[in-house]
Design a protein around this ligand. Structure first.
Ligand SMILES: [Zn+2]
Length: 396
């Protein structure tokens, strides 16, 4: 197959468009012919490398991808089914993708009428169930849990004891083919754009887990999003609006703030005009402060603390401004602030958020598409932060 790979860390020049053997799916794995991949800042960090990062060379970058199932590796272990991450009708069983303790039930798509229980006792007859099959159109969930540890069994697979991220420690999606466990796949509706699906994957999954599962953002709350244009931030604006909360965005430059506004942000604060934007945000909330600050910059924590109300929550999934910075602890205890960190999301989060993507309730913004052979140019664009929305790769 054709793939983009590298043998050593460095700048974009280490990326090579080359031939590489097709991956062979292991037990329970599915081979996907990719048609679209999307870029994430993580791809740049992995290419540059960090102390302690151990990769099998050559490494293939890329977490996000969408394409067509070409092979499902039989035989399936008795009693298991292949992935069921597709939009289920209300009240039907959602997921049977973990080895469950005998006699236990599995996830059910809410809402069920109060008091009702859907009992789903394994084992299912071998090979049965709504699994993925060759020809299915799918998007990949790049958060790889082992499926067996206590966290995975508790549906907290992004805290898995043997956690991996596709394209980070395992060869990823800048390639014609990738093999992943079947539970990582979400079936796309007919005709749904592969590029939109690939662009949505990691960033909406991450934003949903942070805002909904961890942050418990409620309708009517006011949420500050620090940064107007990054993939997770644009997803966070849309998810917050979907939840019925008010969004204040702090960003720099007209085009980025215009993008935030087009995504539904209620109030835009231009930090190139307002040096101490925390004061501006404080005034905008009648000196109450925001309920939630989404801060994936890091060095801006002191300003976010100021902008938060007493008892507010600071949600963080990254540090685009650098990993280390000083914070004044008096704000944390004095204002009763909770700092809630997370990375990626669970299988359940993925299925929920991709359902909303496929039904058009959340819409990823695509900046530009490059052919796979031009991944180097695509990464350079991301590195210079020239993009508005997601950069994708066309794999034809
Ligand atoms: Zn696990």
């Amino acid at each position: 197959m054709k793939a983009v790979l590298f043998y050593e860390h460095g700048g974009a020049e280490v990326l090579q468009y080359a031939d590489f053997p097709d991956p062979e799916p292991g037990a329970g794995e599915v081979l996907v012919r990719l048609h679209a991949a999307s870029l994430n800042r993580m791809d740049l960090f992995v290419r540059q490398g960090w102390p302690g990062l151990k990769l099998k060379y050559p490494h293939i970058p890329g977490a996000d991808g969408a394409g067509e199932v070409v092979a499902v590796n039989p035989p399936l272990p008795s009693g298991e089914v292949v992935a069921v991450n597709s939009p289920p009708p209300s009240g039907e069983v959602v997921a049977v993708n973990l080895p469950l303790p005998s006699g236990e039930g599995v996830a059910v798509n809410p809402p069920l009428p109060s008091g009702e229980v859907v009992a789903v006792n394994l084992p299912l007859p071998s090979g049965e169930g709504p699994g993925v099959r060759a020809g299915d159109r799918v998007v990949i969930n790049s958060n790889l849990g082992c499926g067996q540890c206590d966290f995975c069994l508790a549906e907290q697979d992004n805290m898995c004891r043997d956690w991996h991220l596709l394209g980070e420690t395992i060869r990823g999606t800048y390639a014609e083919y990738v093999a992943v466990p079947a539970r990582q796949l979400f079936r796309l509706p007919d005709g749904f754009d592969y590029h939109a699906a690939a662009a949505a994957g990691l960033v909406y999954h991450t934003a949903w887990h942070s805002l909904v599962t961890r942050g418990k953002v409620q309708a009517g709350e006011t949420v500050l999003v620090v940064g107007a244009s990054g993939g997770v931030n644009t997803a966070s604006i849309q998810v917050t609006k979907y939840l019925g909360a008010r969004v204040i965005v702090v960003g720099s430059g007209k085009s980025k703030l215009a993008l935030a506004e087009s995504l539904g942000a209620d109030i835009m604060v231009d930090r190139s005009q307002e040096e101490d934007w925390s004061k501006a945000v404080y005034k905008l909330t009648d000196k109450r402060g925001v309920d939630v600050a989404v801060d994936n910059v890091g060095i801006t924590f002191p300003l976010s603390f100021r902008a938060l109300r007493k008892g507010g929550r600071l949600l963080t999934v990254g540090n685009t401004g650098g990993a280390k910075f000083e914070i004044d602890n008096r704000f944390i205890f004095g204002k009763h602030i909770s700092i809630i960190g997370s990375t990626m999301g669970t299988l359940r989060d993925f299925e929920t958020v991709m359902g909303l993507i496929c039904s058009g309730q959340l819409k990823p913004v695509i900046d530009k598409t490059f052919p796979l052979s031009e991944a180097r140019v695509a990464q350079e664009r991301l590195e210079k932060s020239e993009q508005l929305g997601k950069i994708t790769l066309a794999i034809d």
